[in-house]
Design a protein around this ligand. Structure first.
Ligand code: ZN
Length: 338
């Protein structure tokens, strides 16, 4: 959230004609490119893929096992499609600057009518082909669309959608990402705390969230070979069966990893915000079952790798229920002597 630019607020003319004229002014920026093309710092490479799939617990061999990948429909190693953005991320330097370019000028225009606040709303990625180790990407960003004035719970403003197109060394378009923000005029009164963003549910995982709403923490189980898996997906990574069932989790595990986020801050949460990767008791040899969740009722110091946790399903706003890890802090032995 930024509220740093001084503006006239509210603007002088709020007539429909003034709004329509302003919308037309904004449209001049649609289709313009933001900044120079951004070259990926590294080519698509196995070490980065390995780090990601290990953290996610994704054991699909097409990502890390050259021989298995060679036998697959891909004929060789490929990168997880969802890593698209990661290949061009510029790290702590931040994105390339637009300078006095169209994005800057569009923002100046929005600021001039008091649309000084910004919140990211959603992102969509499209993949045109699998990336392979050795691919070297370049990203170009354009202003894809700017909406008419809309009023949301946050305030009144315009949705601005940018599109990042990713090209390979031959100039072939391999993927795109739409990234949408709203530039809005903050309400005079502080908005009530917004609800926690809803989980990103799909055809393949909504059953898992629905079960949480009924108080059940489930683990997907292959109906053919019996292998457990999480997060939910359509196909067994071991035997490729599409048939599946589920089993109830005991609701216990250990802290496999965790991060404590400080920034950027989303107003739905308290900070610092710990996020935990829990390894469930149901983990099998060579097949860890891990779930990402928030913690509750846990002292920050108790959050250590390997700490035992139990999991409670709690309301998370807007009718959503989510699992929360609670670290079972060991009680010091009462007979201890100094
Ligand atoms: Zn299976």
């Amino acid at each position: 959230m930024t509220d740093t630019t001084p503006t006239t607020n509210p603007p002088a003319d709020e007539s429909p004609e003034a709004k329509a004229a302003f919308y037309q002014q904004l449209q001049q920026f649609v289709g313009l490119e933001i900044g120079p093309p951004v070259p990926a710092p590294d080519e698509v490479n196995l070490p980065m893929v390995r780090h990601l799939v290990e953290a996610l617990g994704d054991e699909n061999p097409i990502y890390t096992d050259p021989e298995a990948a060679a036998r697959s429909v891909h004929g060789g190693l490929v990168a997880p499609p969802t890593m698209l953005q990661a290949w061009v991320m510029t790290g702590i330097k931040g994105p390339a600057r637009d300078g006095d370019g169209p994005y800057h000028r569009m923002n100046e225009l929005l600021f001039s009518r008091g649309f000084t606040s910004v919140v990211a709303t959603n992102s969509e990625q499209t993949y045109y082909r699998y990336l392979r180790p050795g691919d070297r990407l370049t990203m170009r960003t354009v202003i894809d669309s700017i909406s008419e004035e809309k009023t949301t719970a946050l305030g009144t403003g315009h949705f601005v959608t940018t599109r990042q197109d990713y090209f390979d060394a031959d100039g072939e378009l391999v993927g795109s990402m739409l990234f949408r923000i709203i530039r809005f005029r903050p309400r005079a009164k502080p908005a009530p705390r917004p609800p926690r963003p809803a989980p990103a549910t799909t055809h393949d995982n909504s059953w898992w969230f629905d079960a949480l709403g009924e108080g059940r923490l489930l683990i997907q189980r292959c109906a053919a070979c019996g292998r457990l898996r999480h997060p939910p997906g359509p196909m067994c990574p071991a035997c490729h069966s599409l048939e599946w069932t589920s089993v109830a989790a005991a609701g216990t595990g250990t802290v496999h990893s965790f991060v404590v986020t400080h920034f950027p801050q989303v107003p739905s949460f308290d900070y610092p915000l710990p996020i935990v990767l829990v390894e469930l008791t149901e983990s099998e040899s060579g097949n860890p079952i891990r779930m990402v969740m928030n913690t509750a009722d846990t002292e920050r110091d108790a959050l250590t790798i390997g700490a035992p946790v139990h999991i409670e399903i709690r309301p998370a706003g807007d009718g959503t229920y989510l699992p929360f890890a609670i670290v079972d802090t060991p009680v010091p032995p009462s007979g201890a002597t100094a």
